[in-house]
Design a protein around this ligand. Sequence first.
Ligand code: UFG
Length: 332
Amino acid sequence: RSGAVLVTGGAGYIGSHAVLALLDAGWRVVVVDNLVTGFDWAVDKRASLVVANIEDEANVRAAMREHGVTAVMHFAGSVVVPESVANPLKYYRNNTAASRSLIESAVAEGVKHFLFSSTAATYGIPEVVPVREDSPKSPINPYGMSKLMTEHMLRDVAAAHPINYCALRYFNVAGADPQGRSGQSTAGATHLIKIAAEAATGKRGHVSVFGTDFATPDGTGVRDYIHVSDLAAAHVDALDLLIARPEENHTLNAGYGKGFSVLQVLDAVDRVTNLKIERRLEGRRAGDPDALVADNSAILAALPWRPKHDDLDGIVRDALAWERALGERDGS
Ligand code: UFG
C-alpha cells in the first residue's frame, strides 16, 4: 500500500472500526478527531492521532502533507436525528460546512480519493422497500439533509478536480469488533441494539418499543442492521475500487438487504442473554419510517465485499461483549 489514509472521526464508533480494517489491510492511517464524542483510547496504537477539528484547515493540511495522505475516509459528524431537528444549524455546521472545509483541504493537497459516510436517512420515507440508490432522496430531518448536501458537494467537486469519491449510505450500524478491540462507547445511546445491550447489562431497566402500529408484520419498525466490522471492510474495498477506477464515483447502499423488527431484535437479545428484558410499548417517535431495508445489489456488484457477520444473534452477541467490557473499563 503506498500513501496513507486520513480518517476523520477515527476515535468514534464506526471510524475506529475502519481504522482497524485499514491497518489490518496494510494501510498507514492518520486519524483526525476532536474527541468531542470519540475517545483517544479507541484509536489503535498503530495509527497516528491528530486532535483537531476537521475544519481546522492548517492542521488538516499539515497532517495530509506530513503523512503523504492519498485518501480520506470521512466519518466525523453529528449523528442524532432528533437533535438535528432541534438544532439544525449544528448539523449544517458539523456535517455540511465541516465537510466542505475538509474537501477543500483534500483538493488543495492533491488527495486522490474520498470516502464519505452517508446515510439511508437521505431517502426519507421510501416509497419502495428495499430501497435502491436511485430512489427519490427526500430527507425528513436536517441530519439526512446535511449528509445529502455533502453528497452533492462531492459530486460537483469530483467533476471539477482530480479526485474521485464513494458515498456509502449506511443503514442501521450495530455490533462491535469481534476481537473486542472497539465498539460503541459514546454515552447517551439512542440506537436500539446499544440500548438493548445496556438493558441486558443492567445499565437501564427496560427498553421502550416506539410504535406498534407500523405497516410491518408485527407492527414494530423494521430496519436493516449491518455489523460495524462488515461496514468497515466495505470501506477498505471501496477504497481499492476508487484507486483502480480513478474516473469513477460511486454511491452505494451499505446494508444486508434483510430487515428485522424491533421485537425480533429484542427476541434476539433475550435469546443470546437468557434474560427477559422488560419491553414497554410506547408511541411512535417523530419521523420513523415503517421499514428501511437496503437493496444492496449495487454494492455487491461493485465490490468484492461480502457480508461476513450478517447474523442478528452474532451482532447482538458482539454488542453485548463490548457493553460488558465497557462496564469493566468504567469500573461499574
Ligand atoms: N427503537 C425503539 N426503541 C428504542 C430505540 C429505537 O423501539 O429505544 C426503534 C425505532 O423506533 C426504530 C428502530 O428501533 O424502529 C431503530 O431505531 P434506531 O434509533 O436504532 O435507528 P434509526 O433507524 O432511527 O436510525 C438509524 C441511525 C440514523 C440513520 C438511520 C438510517 O440512527 O443515523 O438509521 O437507517 F440515518
